[in-house]
Design a protein around this ligand. Structure first.
Ligand SMILES: *[C@@H]1O[C@H](CO)[C@@H](O)[C@H](O)[C@H]1NC(C)=O
Ligand SMILES: *[C@@H]1O[C@H](CO)[C@@H](O)[C@H](O)[C@H]1NC(C)=O
Ligand SMILES: *[C@@H]1O[C@H](CO)[C@@H](O)[C@H](O)[C@H]1NC(C)=O
Length: 454
C-alpha cells in the first residue's frame, strides 16, 4: 500500500515537472529541443519504474512467442524443421492444434526470403478445400502507398485470402522499391508479383493536344473539381479503363479482384467469390454504386452514343441500360459502380467489344480534355455490353473506401459473417446510391430493414 502511494507521488511529480519543462522550453527553444527534452524526461521516468512495468523493462526481454503458422506451402511443409527458433521455445509453448493434413512445424514464411518467385500458382492450398480459379488480386500503387496498401492486404488476407492463397499483382508506373516488395510479399499468402507499366500505357497518346489538355486542367483547378488539375490521376483513370487487364502479368489470369489502398473489409468472405463468378457466369460485380460528378464527364455519353452507332453488334440483349438512363439512352443518369472495388472477368475486358469501346472513347480524348473516371467507363460498358444478369451485386462483401461504406443489410448475415461494420453507416439505401434502382430494374424485393437505412 505504502509502495503504491509512493508511485502515485512519483507520477504526479513527473507530470508536474513535464508541464513545467514544456512551458519553459516552449518559450525559449525550438520544437526539436522541446521534443528531445520531453523524451529524455520520459526516459528518466521510465527508469523509476524499472522492473515493475513490463513495457519499460528493456534489459531482460522475454523471448517472443512464435506466431502459430497455418501457412502450409506444399513445397516447404515437408521438412518438419523448426527454423530460426531456439529449441527450448517449443517446449515452453506446446504446438497449437493443427487442422488435419497440415504440418505442425513452425517455419519461416518462404516468401519473405525470396521475393515472390517461389510459390506455385493453383497448387497452393492454405486451408479451404477445392480447386482454385485462374484469378488474382490486382493493385495499382506507388511506393509511397506501402503502408496504406498494407492495411488493405492485411484485411483481405484475414477475411478471405489466407484460406485461399490467390496471387497478388502489383502494378506501378515506376519500379517498386525493396521496402514495398518486402512488406507486401510478407503480407500476402499467395505469390506477390510486381509489374512495371510500360510507357505506351501510361502517358499522353499522340493524338492528344497538350495545350488544350493543359487549359482544361487549369479551368478545373479554378472550379475546384477534385483531381481536376492532376495529370497522374488522368493517366491512372485511363490505365484502369483500358490497360491494366492487358499487362503481361495480368494476361496470365482470367479473373481479377481490384484492391486499393486504405480499404476495409468488415465481414468474413465465407466462400470463393472468383468461383462464384465463374460458376454463375458473372463478368462484373460491385458493392457500392452512386452518381458520378457531372463536371468530370460532360461529353462521355455523347462519345458512348457514337460508339453504339458504330458498333451496334456489341450491345447486349437484356442489358442494364435502364439502370444508367431514364430516357432510354438519350441521357446518362450518372449512375455508376464504384470501381475501386471490382471482381470481374479479364476475358471480358479483353474481348473485342470492350477493346473497341475503350479505343473509341480514348480517341475522343475525354480522359485528358475532361476527367473521365474508370468507374463510369467500366460501368457504362458493363451496363450496355453485358446482359444484366452477368453483373453481380455482392451484398455479403462488406466494404469501405473513403467516404462510403457498404454494410450488408440484414442482421443475420452480419452475425453469420462476423461483421464489424456499423449498419447505420450503410450507404446502400441512401438517396445518392444507385442500388435501389438496381433492385428496381431487376424487380427484386428490397431486403428487410432497408427503409430504416435510407
Ligand atoms: C508433428 O509433431 C509430432 C509430434 O512431435 C511428430 O511426430 C510429427 O512428425 C510432426 N509432423 C510433422 C508433419 O512435422
Ligand atoms: C489462366 O488464364 C490465362 C489467360 O486466359 C491463360 O493464358 C492461362 O493458361 C490460364 N492458366 C491456367 C493454369 O489455366
Ligand atoms: C459524335 O458524333 C457526332 C457526329 O459525327 C460528332 O459531331 C460529335 O462530335 C461526336 N461526339 C463525340 C463526343 O465524339
Amino acid at each position: 500500500m505504502a509502495g503504491s502511494t509512493r508511485y502515485i507521488r512519483y507520477i504526479l511529480l513527473a507530470f508536474v515537472t513535464l508541464v513545467v519543462i514544456f512551458f519553459i522550453s516552449s518559450s525559449s527553444s525550438t520544437v526539436d529541443d522541446r521534443v528531445k527534452s520531453a523524451t529524455d524526461l520520459l526516459k528518466k521516468q521510465g527508469s523509476l519504474f524499472k522492473g515493475h512495468s513490463p513495457s519499460s523493462d528493456s534489459t531482460s526481454p522475454s523471448p517472443p512467442k512464435p506466431p502459430p503458422r497455418f501457412h502450409s506451402d506444399e513445397e516447404h511443409d515437408t521438412s518438419g524443421q523448426v527454423l530460426g527458433n531456439p529449441p527450448s521455445l517449443s517446449e515452453e509453448s506446446p504446438p497449437e492444434p493443427m487442422p488435419s493434413g497440415h504440418s505442425n512445424a513452425t517455419s519461416p514464411n518462404p516468401s519473405s526470403q525470396k521475393l515472390g518467385t517461389n510459390k506455385q500458382p493453383f497448387t497452393h492450398n492454405p486451408v479451404a478445400p477445392g480447386e482454385r480459379m485462374n484469378a488474382t488480386f490486382v493493385t495499382l500503387a506507388r511506393n509511397s502507398d506501402v503502408w496504406e496498401i498494407s492495411r488493405s492486404i492485411r484485411q483481405v488476407e484475414d477475411r478471405f485470402n489466407r484460406n485461399y492463397g490467390y496471387d497478388w499483382v502489383f502494378l506501378n508506373d515506376d519500379e517498386f522499391d525493396d521496402t514495398f516488395k518486402k512488406v507486401t510479399t510478407t503480407l500476402t499468402s499467395g505469390r506477390a508479383r510486381y509489374g512495371k507499366i510500360g510507357e505506351d500505357h501510361w502517358g499522353f497518346p499522340s493524338w492528344i493536344d497538350q495545350e488544350k489538355a493543359a487549359t482544361v486542367r487549369e479551368e478545373m483547378r479554378e472550379k475546384k473539381i477534385i483531381y481536376g488539375d492532376s495529370i497522374s490521376y488522368r493517366h491512372m483513370c485511363r490505365y484502369e479503363s483500358g490497360f491494366f487487364f492487358r499487362h503481361p502479368l495480368m494476361m496470365e489470369y482470367e479473373y481479377y479482384w481490384r484492391v486499393e489502398p486504405s480499404i476495409e473489409l468488415f465481414c468474413d468472405v465465407s466462400y470463393d467469390p472468383f468461383k462464384y463468378m465463374a460458376e454463375n457466369n458473372k463478368k462484373y460485380s460491385f458493392v457500392l454504386s452512386l452518381y458520378e460528378y457531372r463536371e468530370t464527364i460532360p461529353t462521355l455519353w455523347d462519345s458512348v452514343k457514337n460508339f453504339t452507332q458504330s458498333f451496334p453488334q456489341h450491345i447486349a440483349k437484356d442489358n442494364a441500360l435502364w439502370w444508367i438512363s431514364e430516357d432510354e439512352g438519350k441521357n446518362y443518369n450518372n449512375c455508376h459502380f464504384w470501381s475501386n472495388f471490382e471482381i470481374g472477368s479479364l476475358e471480358w475486358l479483353r474481348s473485342d467489344a470492350y477493346i473497341d469501346y475503350f479505343t473509341h472513347l480514348d480517341k475522343d480524348g475525354g480522359f485528358f480534355y475532361e476527367r473521365w473516371g474508370d468507374a463510369p467507363v467500366h460501368s457504362i460498358a458493363a451496363a450496355l455490353m453485358l446482359p444484366k444478369d452477368e453483373i453481380h451485386f455482392f451484398n455479403d462483401i462488406a466494404y469501405y473506401h473513403v467516404p462510403f461504406t457498404h454494410c450488408p443489410t440484414g442482421e443475420q448475415t452480419r452475425l453469420d459473417l462476423k461483421c464489424h461494420c456499423d449498419p447505420s453507416h450503410n450507404f446502400d439505401w441512401n438517396g445518392y446510391s444507385c442500388l435501389a434502382r438496381w433492385y428496381d430494374m431487376n424487380d427484386w424485393e428490397k431486403p428487410e430493414g432497408w427503409q430504416d437505412e435510407q
